[in-house]
Design a protein around this ligand. Structure first.
Ligand SMILES: [Mg+2]
Length: 224
């Protein structure tokens, strides 16, 4: 690390929280409610494929309500009649606003408690939409952070350097003094590094990737 960071910026999905018990389970619940029984595992696979496809589209995924609706449509494909798409989408959209379909990783609260007592600013920089801020409040996480930057509100998404520049400017911190932590190579390592930030991956699988930590409490030793 070139300098001790003045600010730690956190990704959210995969870093602080995960869908619980799974995206497929939430989709399957919504489908069952309109009389379409589908397996969680099948929907998990279909969602994963639709997610990869959506991000390959020109312009990528823009985290808008219409983009999420299209993702729901392509996840279900022919299994969901067009007349029911709206109801199922609305149900899924609102489900993911609720804290009970998210799991906070067990290392998150103890690490944030420790970090909050240190001379470092804590922020969030996430590819998400208008549901993120209220969700983090409901999960009891929002108060740890002095600011939450939501890509959908800015209109730029990681790894776009413009989003990192926007955040650094908003926090009035020199890029080199920010350490970003997240779970995606592209969005949370290469993106911030290209913008001159420090960056580290969280990889709880223990696969010992370079530039990675296993648990968030390892951040303590990086802030001096
Ligand atoms: Mg993530």
């Amino acid at each position: 690390m070139p300098d001790f960071p003045q600010c730690i910026s956190f990704d959210v999905g995969g870093t602080l929280i995960e869908p619980w018990p799974s995206v497929g389970a939430v989709y399957a619940d919504a489908a069952r409610a309109v009389g379409i029984p589908m397996e969680d595992a099948v929907l998990n696979q279909r969602f994963a494929a639709a997610w990869v496809d959506a991000r390959k589209q020109p312009g990528g995924f823009d985290y808008s309500r219409s983009a999420w609706k299209e993702l729901v449509r392509s996840t279900f494909g022919d299994a969901l009649p067009q007349a029911l798409t709206n109801d199922v989408f609305e149900s899924i959209w609102h489900r993911f606003e609720r804290p009970d379909v998210w799991k906070v990783h067990p290392d998150v609260l103890p690490s944030l408690e420790l970090l909050r007592s240190r001379p470092v600013r804590l922020t969030v920089l996430s590819n998400w939409d208008e549901r993120l801020r209220p969700l983090l409040h409901r999960l009891g996480l929002a108060d740890f952070f002095e600011d939450i930057v939501v890509s959908g509100e800015v209109g730029r998404h990681k790894p776009d350097p413009a989003l990192f520049e926007h955040a650094a400017c908003r926090w009035a911190v020199d890029a080199r003094s920010i350490l970003h932590v997240g779970d995606s190579d592209r969005e949370d390592l290469h993106g911030p590094m290209a913008a001159g930030w420090q960056a580290i991956l969280i990889d709880r699988t223990g696969s010992k990737r370079t530039n990675s930590i296993l648990k968030l409490d390892e951040l303590i030793r990086m802030i001096g």
